[in-house]
Design a protein around this ligand. Structure first.
Ligand code: SAH
Length: 303
């Protein structure tokens, strides 16, 4: 596959000025810092910027994006088709998805881009039919080959971190761990180009099947070892990993653009896995350690 022409993308984000946040022994509630929004957040111009190419223009007028996020999500969801399930099922999944978005807002997710994407992409279509009814519950679900799809709250959290401080869409994004393809589909709404790598052939193929009906032309699935990243698409505005190891592969930070951000689970010295954010700045890499998480292990090689 020929990667798209390398062009400049907006990298105007201010790095998080963070020292490490000490990890509590148990998984804590969300720390507050990433929820700080741009100064113009909530104004009509800001919501226009945020909704660029993700929502119909008729939805852009309101100066109250937080309240409108759910409406937007539901309207977007109404527009999407569910060919593999009947009409009644589609309606009930729509209601479940709307409730998931509502729950995410209650739990503190405020980025309208993330809420709209999660209201639009049908999570139930990425799990086995037998699990479809649990598709919108706040739980991780098996996707085969011993792997899991993260619970919605964790997915939303990572996407918010990736987008934080960046208006509009991200440029090229690399995802490590395609799994069933759900997060890749969300990224397809939030970035101009998405490269998603999976080391297990079975899941790579499954994600390809799952994503076919969504026709996301900007999402490219790559079968390969994500520890090596994907130089053909580099440099990336953002890198997101759905599997965690004891160290961050240097290929990830090497292939991150200046001003870019990496969000990944990482084993900490406390012996627990935590979310880390790494910003690549002219002064070097800035690491921030956030809350404890539980992701599947990052493994090398393909299988
Ligand atoms: N984002 C996924 C979550 C998948 S779980 C989703 O929405 O479904 C994490 C995935 O990371 C697993 O499928 C696992 O096989 C994959 N993985 C682990 N190590 C990897 C590596 N080195 N390269 C690519 N994928 C890897």
């Amino acid at each position: 596959m020929k990667p798209p022409e390398k062009k400049a993308f907006p990298l105007n984000r201010t790095p998080l000025a963070l020292s490490s946040v000490p990890l509590p022994p148990e998984a804590p509630s969300r720390p507050g810092f990433p929820l700080r929004m741009p100064a113009d957040y909530g104004t009509p111009s800001a919501s226009k910027k945020m909704f660029v190419r993700t929502a119909p223009s008729s939805l852009l007028a309101s100066p109250r994006p937080l309240i409108n996020a759910q409406t937007t999500a539901i309207k977007l969801a109404n527009k999407t088709k569910t060919p593999s399930f009947g009409h009644t099922d589609a309606q009930s999944f729509l209601a479940l998805r709307a409730r998931m978005v509502q729950n995410l807002m209650t739990q503190g997710v405020i980025d309208v881009r993330v809420l709209a994407a999660m209201g639009c992409i049908e999570r139930h279509r990425f799990v086995d039919t037998a699990l479809a009814n649990q598709g919108y519950e706040e739980t991780s679900l098996p996707i085969g080959l011993g792997q899991t799809i993260s619970k919605p709250n964790v997915v939303a959290r990572m996407l918010e971190l990736l987008l934080h401080g960046q208006s509009g869409k991200l440029g090229r994004v690399l995802e490590i761990g395609t799994g069933c393809g759900y997060q890749a589909a969300l990224l397809g709404q939030l970035a101009t180009e998405v490269y998603s790598m999976e080391r297990l052939r079975g899941l790579h193929d499954k994600a390809r099947d799952n994503l076919r009906d969504f026709r996301l032309l900007n999402v490219h699935l790559i079968f390969g070892d994500g520890m090596l990243a994907y130089p053909r698409g580099a440099p990336y505005a953002a890198i997101i990993a759905a599997a965690g190891g004891a160290a961050l592969p240097t290929a990830w930070t090497d292939q991150l653009a200046m001003g870019g951000r990496l969000v990944a689970p990482l084993e900490t010295s406390h012996g627990v896995q935590a979310l880390v954010v790494v910003d690549k700045t002219p002064n070097g890499l800035q690491h921030s350690v956030l809350e404890a998480v539980k992701f599947v292990p990052l493994k090398s090689g393909i299988s």
